[in-house]
Design a protein around this ligand. Structure first.
Ligand code: SF4
Length: 271
C-alpha cells in the first residue's frame, strides 16, 4: 500500500482516497510503503485452487493499492509477489503501472517476469501515450508477457496511438470523483477514436465505464438517453468540443458507448 503521484491520472487516485484519506493506513507521497497482511498474500493460493477446480484462468488485478513498479517499494516485496505469481500458474496477473520505464530492470531484479503476467501502462492523455507506450513495447520485446494492455483511464484527452505501438488489449474509462477530487468529463469522440483504432489494429477493446459525466444523446445504464439538464452550474454541466455534458453520476452513466457494451478480453490459452 502507498505510492507517489506521478501523472495527471493520479489526481483522483482511488487508493489514496481509500487507504490514506479515509482509513489513514498509509501516507501518500514520499513516505514508507506498507506491506499488506498474510491474508492478502494467501488469497492467490485460494484462487489458484478454485481455478484448478474450474479449469479456468481468472484475471487478477495486482497491487490495486499501489504501483507494482514504484521505485520506493522494497525490491524484496516485488520479488516475493513474483514468487507468488509463479506458484499460482492458472491466474493471469495484470501488472498495470504508470512507470513502465521501470518494468524491465525491476522484473530482471525480481528473477524475471512470471510466465502468467500481462503488462500494462496507463495512458490518460497524448503526452503519457507518447511516453508510456514505447516503454511498454520495449518491455514486451524484452520480457514476453502473456499480452500487453493499455489502460486509457481516466481518459482526459484524445489520443492517437503511435504507429506500431497498439497494445493487445485496449481499456477505456471515464473518471470518477474520489474524495476531494472532482472528476473531469471524457468526450465520447475520445472513446470512439480508441475503439476504432483498436479495431483497426486487431486489439481487443473493453469500455469499462463512462465515469460521472455523460454527453447528451449517449445511452445510460437504464437504456434511456441522457438529456438531463442541471441548468448552467459548472458543477453539473459542461460544454466543450460540440457536446453538452451533465454529471449524471457513475451508476447512471453506465458503460455503453453509442448504445453498445464493449466487453472484449484478450485470449489466453490453457496452462
Ligand atoms: S500510480 Fe496509481 S497508485 Fe500511485 S498515485 Fe498514481 S494512481 Fe495512485
Amino acid at each position: 500500500m502507498g505510492c507517489t503521484k506521478v501523472s495527471p491520472a493520479c489526481d483522483g487516485c482511488y487508493a489514496e482516497a481509500l487507504m490514506d484519506k479515509r482509513y489513514g493506513k498509509v501516507q501518500w507521497g514520499n513516505h514508507p510503503r506498507i506491506r499488506t497482511g498474510k491474508h492478502t498474500w494467501n488469497d492467490p493460493f485460494r484462487w489458484q485452487r478454485q481455478a484448478e477446480k474450474d479449469g479456468d484462468r481468472p484475471f487478477v488485478f495486482c497491487a490495486s493499492l499501489a504501483d507494482i513498479f514504484d521505485n520506493q517499494v522494497d525490491p524484496q516485496w516485488r520479488a516475493g509477489a513474483f514468487d507468488v505469481m509463479r506458484q499460482t500458474p492458472n491466474l493471469v496477473y495484470l501488472l498495470l503501472t504508470k512507470r513502465p520505464q521501470n518494468i524491465v530492470k525491476m522484473a530482471d531484479a525480481a528473477g524475471g517476469l512470471p510466465a502468467n503476467a500481462a503488462l500494462g501502462a496507463t495512458c490518460e492523455d497524448q503526452p503519457r501515450a507518447d511516453k508510456n507506450l514505447p516503454a511498454l513495447q520495449v518491455a514486451k520485446i524484452e520480457l514476453r508477457p502473456l499480452f500487453t494492455f493499455g489502460s486509457f483511464e481516466p481518459l482526459i484527452s484524445g489520443i492517437i496511438v503511435p504507429k506500431g505501438l497498439m497494445p493487445d488489449w485496449v481499456i477505456t474509462g471515464g473518471e470518477t470523483d474520489q474524495g476531494g477530487h472532482k472528476s473531469r468529463p471524457t468526450h465520447p469522440d475520445w472513446f470512439r477514436s480508441l475503439r476504432d483504432q483498436a479495431a483497426d489494429a486487431g486489439a481487443a477493446y473493453h469500455h469499462k465505464q463512462n465515469g460521472e459525466w455523460l454527453a447528451w444523446g449517449q445511452v445510460m445504464a437504464d437504456g434511456t438517453e441522457n438529456y438531463l439538464s442541471y441548468g448552467k452550474q459548472p458543477e453539473f454541466f459542461q460544454q466543450f468540443g460540440g457536446e453538452i455534458f451533465s454529471k449524471v453520476r457513475k451508476a447512471r452513466s453506465g458503460r455503453m458507448l453509442d448504445g453498445v457494451t464493449h466487453d472484449a478480453f484478450p485470449f489466453v490459452g490453457a496452462v
